[in-house]
Design a protein around this ligand. Structure first.
Ligand code: DX5
Ligand code: ZN
Length: 223
């Protein structure tokens, strides 16, 4: 079970998004990671459902919508209509995590929960049966190009162990500061999905990193 790679379009050239999607697809990406920021949960405003909706007819890649928005329950329908396959909400953004995750699943989509660097894994204790994906933020959400926070590595290990114990196929995704130095570290800790933006899009040649990331082995990839 090779690692999956989900390029974050946040670092792509927004003037040529269609071409950028074709570029990452040719390079072997598994998913497309959409960073949805509302200017409230995080200061920046990035994109709404119109962007995945416009790209949906042009690619069969899995659409991974990372909602960095307050009141995420108000936006589930619009991202479902836009063609999202996975919707991930932040545990810090809602008082009703159980209900929001059930709402995503009721739309027939995969449900994910994201944890900011300072948020303990225990926030997921009572929703494991509802989770298809856990997203560990390895930077504070709100921008691409930030440095990886190594303090989250033990949290990734604990979550990987928790998933192993559950016996369920829950993806463990890590997002923020992923590059050729940090990718092997998070893979060794148990990640199954790597989200990467600036490491792939900032320099023309770096798209080959996708194949390099996919061949990194890890504890969950020796099944
Ligand atoms: C940050 C986003 C990340 C970011 C990753 O809030 O959730 O997906 O775009 O970009 P890099 O890989 O440059 O840290
Ligand atoms: Zn993200």
């Amino acid at each position: 079970m090779p690692l999956k790679v989900a390029p974050s379009l946040l670092s792509a050239d927004f003037g040529r998004l269609g071409e950028e999607v074709r570029r990452i697809e040719r390079a072997g990406a598994d998913w497309i990671h959409f960073d949805i920021m509302d200017g409230a949960f995080v200061p920046a405003i990035t994109m709404g459902p119109l962007v995945p909706e416009a790209l949906r007819p042009h690619t069969g890649l899995i659409f991974d919508a990372h909602l960095m928005v307050e009141n995420p329950e108000a936006h589930l329908d619009s991202f479902a209509r836009a063609g999202a396959d996975i919707i991930t909400v932040h545990v810090e953004a809602t008082a009703h995590l159980d209900r929001v995750l059930r709402g995503i699943k009721k739309l027939g989509l995969k449900a994910g929960a994201a944890l900011n660097p300072a948020t303990p894994h225990h926030h997921l204790d009572y929703v494991w049966p509802l989770l298809d994906l856990v997203l560990v933020m390895s930077v504070n959400p709100g921008a691409g190009g930030q440095s990886f926070i190594p303090a989250v590595l033990p949290k990734i290990e604990i979550l990987a162990e928790r998933i192993r114990e559950s016996g369920r196929a829950v993806e463990l995704s890590v997002d923020g500061g992923i590059n050729s130095t940090t990718a092997p570290q998070v893979a060794a800790a148990g990640a199954t999905v790597l989200v990467a933006g600036s490491a792939l899009f900032n320099d023309p040649g770096d798209m080959e990193l996708i194949q390099a990331f996919k061949t990194i082995g890890g504890p969950r990839h020796r099944v």
